[in-house]
Design a protein around this ligand. Structure first.
Ligand SMILES: C[S@@+](CC[C@H](N)C(=O)[O-])C[C@H]1O[C@@H](n2cnc3c(N)ncnc32)[C@H](O)[C@@H]1O
Length: 295
């Protein structure tokens, strides 16, 4: 699913060799909880997170951006589905049966079929399939840093005959919006993308998004925060929780008018807009929706 950003480590405590597992089973539950901390497994906390941190640090010394590391990681996973098989594959994935709620949210802000909509961070097209279906031909645009995800999405759109609506997809390597070549859009949508971006990259989006906005454009950003927390929490190498106020302030610093409009979320959007537990200790997180305009 999009979020929750649960641990994605392949190796779990249940995969331990038998000898280790029988020793592990003798460890008192309280000790296990302490060892796991906020995570679903000890290995995630003590192996995966430090390893990712070291790789990211080394890459930053070489001048590489977080998003190139993340794109490679997503591409490696998505490329396990061979070219040509993306349509059939995605049509069987449960997550791809969701996303209609995202369209309902944007409609609450006035989206009409003849409007143009730009999606930042399309993923596999979970929401895009509903936007493209609803909008007139040539009215949907989107980008993602993962070429393999976009490739699967294109195949999925061929498979379910949405390609005839002629959506435009960009594979991008930065947050400049220069690839849109000055085109502006009535609505801009992003969902569960900022939570996978470092603070400075989110700020960069806010500084540059005006390039694709006209005076009446509405930019809607749906994301998650930890309940009862007013600080930024980096859960692991690729997942950040930031309070809605952080997004409003960062957008305002970039000259955008911003507003927390979470009361407009529809039931079930993002699958977790009612407090959902995360990690072994069950931290609670919820969705928020920020609306941004040029003035
Ligand atoms: C959790 S998925 C959400 C996908 C989609 N928005 C949805 O709701 O199904 C996050 C997506 O954001 C993309 N992403 C992360 N950083 C990005 C960036 N800086 N620019 C564009 N896409 C980005 C990732 O490649 C990934 O496909």
């Amino acid at each position: 699913m999009i979020i929750p950003p649960r641990d994605t480590n392949k190796w779990k405590e249940t995969d331990m060799p038998n000898v280790l597992r029988s020793l592990w089973e003798r460890v008192p539950e309280n000790t296990k909880i302490k060892l796991r901390g906020d995570y679903n497994s000890v290995s995630h906390r003590f192996v995966d997170r430090p390893r990712d941190g070291i790789v990211l640090f080394a890459q930053s010394l070489l001048g590489k951006r977080f998003l190139s590391w993340y794109a490679k990681r997503l591409d490696a996973a998505a490329n396990q589905v061979k070219p040509g098989e993306g349509g059939r594959h995605l049509s069987k994935i449960e997550t791809m049966k969701t996303g209609a709620e995202d369209l309902e949210v944007v409609k609450r802000f006035g989206l009409q079929a003849d409007n143009s909509l730009y999606e930042f961070g399309t993923g596999f097209g979970r929401s895009a399939q509903h936007f493209v279906n609803f909008l007139d031909t040539d009215r949907y645009f989107g980008n993602d840093i993962s070429a393999a995800r976009i490739r699967q999405m294109r195949e999925f759109f061929e498979f379910n005959e949405l390609a005839k609506k002629n959506p435009t997809f960009f594979v991008t390597a930065n947050n400049s919006f220069d690839w849109a070549e000055g085109k502006t859009f009535d609505f801009i949508w992003t969902m569960a993308v900022f939570c996978h971006m470092p603070d400075e990259d989110v700020r960069e989006v806010f500084r540059n998004v005006h390039k694709i906005m006209h005076p009446s454009s509405i930019f809607l950003a749906l994301d998650t925060h930890l309940d009862d927390s007013d600080r930024i929490h980096r859960y692991n190498a690729k997942d950040w929780f930031r309070p809605p106020s952080w997004y409003c302030d960062a957008a305002a610093e970039a000259g955008l008018h911003s507003e927390d409009v979470s009361e407009k979320l529809v039931a079930g959007v993002g699958s977790q807009n009612v407090s959902t537990p995360l990690g072994y200790k069950g931290m609670k997180f919820s969705s928020h929706l920020i609306k941004m305009t040029l003035s």
